[in-house]
Unconditional design. Structure first.
Length: 188
């Protein structure tokens, strides 16, 4: 049975929450996010708090065990939406490697990563991207899920390589360096 999903989510000042036709809308400072409510859940607003209730009976719960986990997931989504509209989220990527760089041309991010042709990626509409010193990429926006997916998409183009350490990595990510073949083959 879900425990954390049952806890109410407090609505901070300046945040407006609406529930319409199976979707929850959260807005503040001209930022609006919406998300569909999962089937089997009831989301309501009482005393400046958002309550998430499981609508499936105890007898049916054995068949629908997933709904308990969706209750906690819906609560986490709502918390992230509130944080996103009040402040914003940010992911920082670093590019390591000689000659590796990034630049913004119009609405595209152009990555030069040692391939024969530069990689061009279209920047999503509600995400802002900033490149500093040609090697540091700041990804900002109000939707945590979209920012994480875009950052993962960039990192997947050239993941960190364990021998030289080149590639795209998250800021602060530790890459364990492996010993090359030349050092392994030395005996006596």
């Amino acid at each position: 049975m879900a425990r954390l999903g049952k806890k109410p989510v407090k609505i901070p000042e300046g945040v407006k929450v609406e529930i319409k036709e199976g979707e929850i809308y959260i807005s503040a400072k001209n930022n609006i996010l919406k998300r569909p409510i999962f089937q089997g859940l009831d989301v309501s607003i009482q005393d400046n708090q958002i309550l998430i209730k499981n609508t499936i009976s105890e007898k049916q719960r054995k068949l629908y065990k997933k709904v308990d986990s969706l209750q906690g997931l819906m609560r986490a989504y709502i918390i992230n939406m509130i944080k996103g509209v009040t402040s914003s989220f940010e992911k920082i990527l670093e590019i390591h490697g000689q000659g590796y760089k990034a630049e913004i041309k119009g609405k595209e991010l152009v990555l030069t990563l040692g391939f024969s042709v530069p990689v061009k990626i279209e920047i999503p509409q509600d995400i802002s991207v900033e490149v500093v010193k040609n090697t540091i990429i700041f990804i900002r926006g109000i939707d945590k899920e979209k920012i994480g997916n875009f950052a993962a998409k960039l990192r997947a183009i050239s993941p960190p390589e364990p021998y030289k350490g080149t590639g795209i990595r998250y800021r602060g990510e530790y890459i364990r360096q492996k010993v090359g073949k030349a050092a392994v083959g030395v005996t006596k």
